[in-house]
Design a protein around this ligand. Structure first.
Ligand code: S3P
Length: 464
């Protein structure tokens, strides 16, 4: 995990040079017999962003512990400072925020550079749109290519205006208003980011703002809204799904937050252990909210030996230590209905599938094309580069495993996508030839210290 110095350095680094200047780093992973040991998962990225944002929207002092000090979350911290919040780093994972209150942000005096972070961009849009000033957002090449129309549509209906590039892409000007009108909005895509942007805008909107989600997505925003004292109702929606309503103009009260470990980051160590027979690894402090834990359910269906130990509650979220023993896996069909609960985990699931006996069919993956890269294509290209038989459809991926170690030997293009980099490095722990990734630097967006943590379990990941 990060030292305080790295975090302080990273914050100033992110402030001064978020886009484009970071050096690329080619990494290589070599096969190992087995992994063993205990590690602690880094803080949850989704919850860390929200902890900073809610701290900024509350009055008083919010203390956060276990915050993920990855570049994405630091980008949120820098943006909130530009809006007038005091965001202070006080120790490893410990941050103190003095908020400006709902609707109390000030006009940022420069462009907000959100680096690689889609969560920062989408969630902050909801805050910016509901303030009576104009702000500008940009990011790295990956973020500038990602769809923002999905937040522009509902926030425009509420009264904000936007100017972006073709397809609503960033750089994006947000012309906000403090006279937002409440809406009832049915999500056209299963997206917690879009849901959260609307709910955050709804905070500085008179009356009740409602989001209808046909498919349940991660509910950290709803949980944290309640934690900070907002009134949120969740009811069944007509025809299925949920109606989530937030009552505008609450006085959010500063609250302390304990951030649990990130199941999406823990996934790499868990799969690495699951695909190396004889491995025995425990990843401590992993959030197992059922709206995030689809990968673990899937791995168990594939025959993985994963136990939830010491199940408890941390900061209002269910948390467990995941104890994994390596062994044989078998191919299965992963239904489309599971996608929202494991949307970030398909690249690492594809790695597990490559090492399984038989065929794994992953369905309902259209949203993977809108991530840090077109993840469906990035995964397929990485599998091809390493001699793994697969077929990619418009919204599905089929991977054929034989149970024997895959060939490996490929150089995988990461396309500024941290999860592609980490997934294929995990693949290299189980292939006949080493696997290289052209650029491991995006790993710091969500999992600083990834290679060190994995190598501590016995992996061999190094600069190429
Ligand atoms: C996130 C939601 C997901 C996920 C992302 C984090 C969040 O994105 O992929 O990494 O924190 O709300 P979508 O809402 O676009 O599915």
């Amino acid at each position: 995990m990060l030292g305080g110095r790295r975090a302080a350095f990273a914050l100033s680094f992110v402030e001064s040079a978020l886009s484009g200047t970071a050096k690329t780093a080619k990494l290589i992973a070599r096969s190992v017999a087995r992994l063993s040991g205990r590690v602690r998962a880094p803080g949850d990225k989704s919850i860390s962003h929200r902890a900073l944002m809610f701290g900024a929207l509350a009055l008083g002092e919010t203390n956060v512990s276990g915050l993920l000090e990855g570049d994405d979350v630091l980008a949120t911290a820098v943006a909130l400072r530009a809006l007038g919040a005091q965001v202070e780093h006080v120790g490893v994972g410990l941050w103190r925020i003095r908020g400006f209150g709902v609707g109390g942000g000030r006009e940022p005096d420069n462009v907000l550079d959100l680096g690689n972070s889609g969560t920062s961009a989408r969630l902050l849009s909801g805050i910016l749109a509901s303030h009576p000033f104009t702000s500008f957002m940009t990011g790295d090449a990956s973020l500038r290519s990602r769809p923002m129309q999905r937040i522009i549509d509902p926030l425009s209906r509420m009264g904000a205006r936007f100017h972006g590039r073709e397809g609503g892409r960033m750089p994006l000007a947000v012309i906000g208003t403090d006279e937002m009108v409440p809406i009832e909005y049915r999500l056209p895509v299963a997206s917690a980011q879009v849901k959260s942007a609307i709910l955050l805008a709804g905070l500085n909107t008179a009356g009740e703002t409602t989001v209808i989600e046909p498919e349940a997505t991660r509910d950290h925003t709803e949980r944290m809204l309640r934690h900070f004292g907002a009134e949120v109702r969740v009811d069944p929606a007509e025809g299925g799904g949920k109606r989530i309503t937030v009552v505008g103009w609450p006085e959010l009260r500063a609250r302390d937050i304990l951030v649990p470990g990130d199941p999406s980051s823990a996934a790499f160590a868990v799969v690495a252990a699951a695909i190396r027979p004889g491995s025995d690894v425990t990843v401590e402090n992993v959030g197992v909210n059922s709206l995030r834990a689809g990968l673990y359910e899937t791995l168990r269906e594939m025959g993985a030996d994963i136990a939830y130990e010491n199940l408890r509650e941390v900061g209002g979220e269910p948390v467990a230590d995941l104890h994994v023993k390596g062994g044989a896996l078998k191919g299965i069909e992963v239904p489309a209905s599971r996608a929202p609960t494991m949307i970030d985990e398909y690249p690492i699931l594809a790695v597990a599938a490559s090492c399984a006996v038989g065929t794994t069919r992953m369905l309902g993956l259209a949203e993977l094309r809108a991530k840090e890269s077109d993840r469906l294509s990035s995964v397929a290209a990485g599998l091809a580069a390493n001699g793994i038989r697969h077929e990619m459809g418009a919204d599905n991926l089929v991977v054929h495993g034989t149970g024997a170690p895959p060939d490996g030997g490929g150089l995988v293009k990461t396309h500024l996508d941290h999860r592609i980099a980490m997934s294929f490095l995990v693949l290299g722990l189980a292939t006949r030839e080493p696997v290289a990734v052209d650029d491991g630097s995006p790993i710091d967006t969500s999992f600083p210290g990834f290679a060190g943590l994995m190598n501590g379990l016995g992996a061999k990941i190094e600069l190429a």
